[in-house]
Design a protein around this ligand. Structure first.
Ligand SMILES: Cc1cc2nc3c(=O)[nH]c(=O)nc-3n(C[C@H](O)[C@H](O)[C@H](O)COP(=O)(O)O)c2cc1C
Length: 308
């Protein structure tokens, strides 16, 4: 059985489309649902529209991708029309990824999200390549906690996930976030990286550096998920970073993730990757004698697999 409950959300399986992957239209979201995903995360949406960075903003590497899209998005007021359509078309939960440069912006986006019926929020305090946003805000413990408190006050009881970065002291932020009432964690966002064009003799990305994703970051994501589970047993984790097969999804779950985000793998394997992982997980449950995927969460932790 692959059904899970994630901070009160009911998912038919633990696979979630990661934020920023495959645009923001309701028709694409429906394709994600049809491909088998258990939930859909929007691209990070800010209060006002953001044009993002100039091209090149995406580079393929041997072990993943580097992107500096710059949180390009149409702004929440415009995007709310698409949210209405998503809520009409989709049966799976819609998680609104929220960004901003200060508390007021986060509050505004969440309020509009509530009005348009989103099922949960993911606070992006981890994007590595936008000044005064994302990871830069997450590094400022006081600012981050104030955002979480304010968002919680206006989220009308909907679950709030905090998306963390491996670049800062994520355990310290997580600890304060739990105290402020966070519902769960998403770990991790992309990692700062750089690519060089040896003939132009310049960095390839217009922004110089960007966020590194894909198989190369999986060991780092696994470590963050493992650390979070070790410290906060009862706070659900969405494990994201380099998952491109049922084996890597399972690694995340065994490290402590209740759900698994799929991002870059879609660029390499297309939407088929959802079915491939679902079938692999089902087979594993059957051959290894487990009844539910929930039984596997955190089993790589010694005292979980061996309580005596
Ligand atoms: C092109 C691209 C755009 C992204 N945009 C966002 C975003 O808007 N908000 C966010 O929180 N994460 C964003 N991410 C990060 C992913 O959600 C995910 O955390 C990261 O890519 C690691 O997972 P992966 O290795 O499976 O891709 C983006 C990633 C990529 C590759």
């Amino acid at each position: 059985m692959l059904q899970i409950e994630l901070a009160g959300l009911k998912l038919r399986n633990p696979l979630i489309l990661a934020s920023g992957i495959l645009g923001n239209s309701a028709s694409l979201a429906l394709r994600i649902e049809e491909a088998g995903a258990g939930a859909y995360t929007t691209k990070t949406i800010t209060k006002d529209a953001r044009p993002g960075y100039r091209n090149p903003s995406f580079v393929k590497l041997e072990t993943g991708y580097l992107n500096a899209v710059g949180l390009a998005n149409p702004g929440i007021d415009y995007f709310s029309e698409e949210l209405d359509l998503m809520k009409k078309l989709l049966k799976i939960p819609v998680i609104l990824s929220v960004g901003g440069k200060d508390l007021e912006e986060y509050e505004y986006v969440v309020k509009v999200g509530v009005e348009h019926g989103v099922d949960a929020f993911e606070l992006n305090l981890s994007c590595p390549h936008v000044e005064k946003m994302g990871a830069e805000l997450g590094e400022d413990l006081e600012a981050a906690i104030n955002i979480i408190r304010r968002v919680k006050a206006v989220a009308h009881g909907r679950p709030i996930f905090l998306k963390l970065s491996a670049h800062y002291n994520y355990l310290k932020l997580a600890e304060e976030a739990v105290r402020a009432g966070i519902s769960g964690f998403t770990a991790i966002n992309t990692l700062r990286g750089l690519a060089i064009d040896i003939y132009a003799r310049t960095p390839i990305l217009s922004n110089i550096y960007g966020g590194y994703s894909g198989p190369g970051i999986k060991p780092i994501a696994l470590k963050v998920v493992y650390d979070l589970y070790e410290r906060f047993r009862n706070v659900p984790i969405i494990g994201v970073g380099g998952v491109d097969s049922w084996v890597s999804a399972l690694e995340m779950i065994l490290a402590g993730a209740s759900a698994v985000g799929i991002g870059s793998a879609i660029a390499t394997k297309d939407l088929e990757v959802f079915r491939e992982i679902i079938e692999g997980l089902r087979r594993y449950l059957e051959t290894e004698g487990f009844r539910s995927i929930v039984e596997l969460v955190g089993l790589a932790h010694e005292e979980v697999s061996n309580p005596y």
